[in-house]
Structure formats: structure tokens, C-alpha cells
Design a protein around this ligand. Sequence first.
Ligand SMILES: Cc1ncc(COP(=O)(O)O)c(C=O)c1O
Length: 387
Amino acid sequence: MSKIYLDFAATTPCDPRVVDVMKDYWNRKFGNPSSIHSYGREARAALDESREIISSAINAHPSEIYFVSGGTEADNCALKGLAAEMMKHGKNHIITSAIEHPAILETCSYLEKHGFKVTYLPVDGNGCTDPENIRREITGKTGLISIMHVNNEIGVINPLEEISRITKAQDIIFHTDAVQSFGKIPVDVNQLGVDSLSISAHKIYGPKGIGAVYLRRGASIEKLIHGGGQERGRRAGTESVPLAAGFAEAVKLIAEHKTQSSNLISSLRDKCEILLGERFPQIIINSKRDNAVPHILNFSFDSSKIEIDGEAILYNLDLAGIAVTSGSACGSGTLKPSPVLLAMGKDESTARASIRISFGRITENEEIKEFIERLSEIVSRIGKKRM
Ligand SMILES: Cc1ncc(COP(=O)(O)O)c(C=O)c1O
């Protein structure tokens, strides 16, 4: 039985061209970019070029990009560093949304223990944050707003441009977690109006272990990693040139795949939604097509119509060779219902009976059909119809 991977929002395979580019930097061009000799200069040139490629992909300046270990570190550094800075100006209020990734929510909960007040905004039935709710919660103490660009569980796209109009008018720093949007939909820091943004390489066919923070020039941030002067003194530690070069190559390849793969993925998504609807009348689609990225499709089994558990579906799908997830990858393994779906107003049983499938460049039509067949067999075996 062939295995089928439908979990590209959790991670993507490294593109072979990315692996090729990285090869040289592990051994032949192994210099430390801080060394002043020729080995170091060679590594520095590669690092600079990578920064240049990544910054231009989001319409930023290279000096606004800081390499970190991934999306989680990017969110941590940005939020903790910006919060520490705003505290110096007598501000201690942060606004975020209830459906952020744990990298943001857990950082906020840490900050709450260190003198900050955090408002967790509710979302509407589609998972979207209403900019008017943000406006209502702003006080004289608000210094930072963090709203994700695209949600990792349901794929909803937030109205960042509208939110940034509010933050700019009130001189509030605006951070966004763009880990799920970068490489999938346009991310232009100037158009979005954000001051700070997180991205991660392994979501875009790049290597694991590297990501970046974009920080608008002029924005002050407290450094969190102390040591040498790397990354312009903001994130000490010898930079990983192989990973940076791989990240940059993955970014270059986005352009090559853009039109072809986004059309293909949109049509796969639509086909999948149609097939799900035809086969399972008990299904509720949680990712609304008109305001979500095409690569994420989240659905629940309506608990008023069928008794079935998402974890059991997941487990059985895995036995059947299909990799999907319920909720975010970081939250799987727990039996808790998805907080994102609860925040969208789903009842606990329906939230628990939810599945996220996510498509990638290499997903094929046949795999979708096969997924529906195997899911159908599992649902008829373990699901209990309600009267
Ligand atoms: C929205 C979002 N933010 C942050 C992260 C964390 O990124 P990383 O795995 O690179 O630490 C993820 C990973 O799933 C994510 O989806």
C-alpha cells in the first residue's frame, strides 16, 4: 500500500535543489562568517546573498532580516524583545487573538507572568479577527499587537492591511506570524504595514532549523540571545550558512512554482471539498474557500449527526498509510479539542472530530481520491450515526 502525505502545513520535504545548494557549505565552504580571512569572507558573502534574496521576497531591506532557528524562535524573539522595549516606555498591554500558534500564545502567557497584560481577542465563525475588536481594546498602555497572517489549522487569512492602519495611527508596533502564508500568498511587509514578521524555511521546501524575523528599520527591540555581535548584535551565535543558503534557495524556487502550483493546489482543494461533501453528509467545512489559503482544508464531523473521534480517525488513517493532522502538529498527541475550532464556536465533540489536510507541490489527484476512499472505510467502521 502506497503512503500518502497530506500534511504539508506541518512540514514540507526539502527540495533536492535546496539540498544541492547546501552541500558545499557543510564542508568545502565551511568558514565562519565572522572570520576575516578568505574562508570567512566566502561564508559571509553567502550569508549576505541569502539575506538579500529573503528580504527582497518580502519587499524588505536586507538589514531588516535576522536569521533565527525557525518560526517558534522568530515569534519568541520578536514578542519578548519588542515587549521588553515597550515596557521602557511605560506600556505593558499586548493584544493578540485566541487562535494564534502556541509560539505566540505561550510567549504571551510567559509575558503575563512578567508584568504584561494580554488581551486575547475572539474570532468570528470563520476564524477571522475583526479589526474593530482590536480598535475597541486599545488603551494608552497598548504597545504591541500580534495577529497571525494565516492560521495554521484552518488557513483563514486575516485582514492585516486594515489592522495596520489602526496600529500606525496609534503608534503601536504590529507583529505578524507569517509562517503559514509566506510562499503561499503574497507577503509584502510594506503593503501589509507590519513592523515585525516571522517566517520559517521548513514550510516552504527549505531546511528545518532556520527561520527569520523581519524587523522594520527604526523599530527597537531588546536582544534575547547574548554573546557575540552576530546578526547586528541582536541574535548572538555563529550563523548557519548552509541553512541560510538552503532557505534562500527555497525562497528562489517559490517564484518558479508560484502560478503552476497555486492553481494546481486550488483545484485539488476544490475537488477534495466536493468529494468530501458528496461522500460525507455529516461534514462541516471549517476552511472557507473565499478567505483561506488553498493549501489548508479543515473539516469536522458534525457531532449532532455522527459520533466519531478525530484522534481515532487520525490513528486509523495512519494505519491506512495516510498522514494528516487534527489541529496543529505541535498540539497533536493531546486529546484536547482544537482551541481554534472552539474559538470559532464549534462544540467540543465537533471540534474533537476535526481533521486538517494540507496539500503540497507534489500532491496528486489520485492521492485525494484514495484519501477519500480510505477515510470512507474508516468512518463507516468507527463512526456511530446519531438517531
Ligand atoms: C503559524 C505558525 N507559527 C509558528 C510555527 C512554528 O514554526 P517552526 O516549526 O519553524 O518553529 C508554525 C509551525 O507549525 C506555524 O504553523
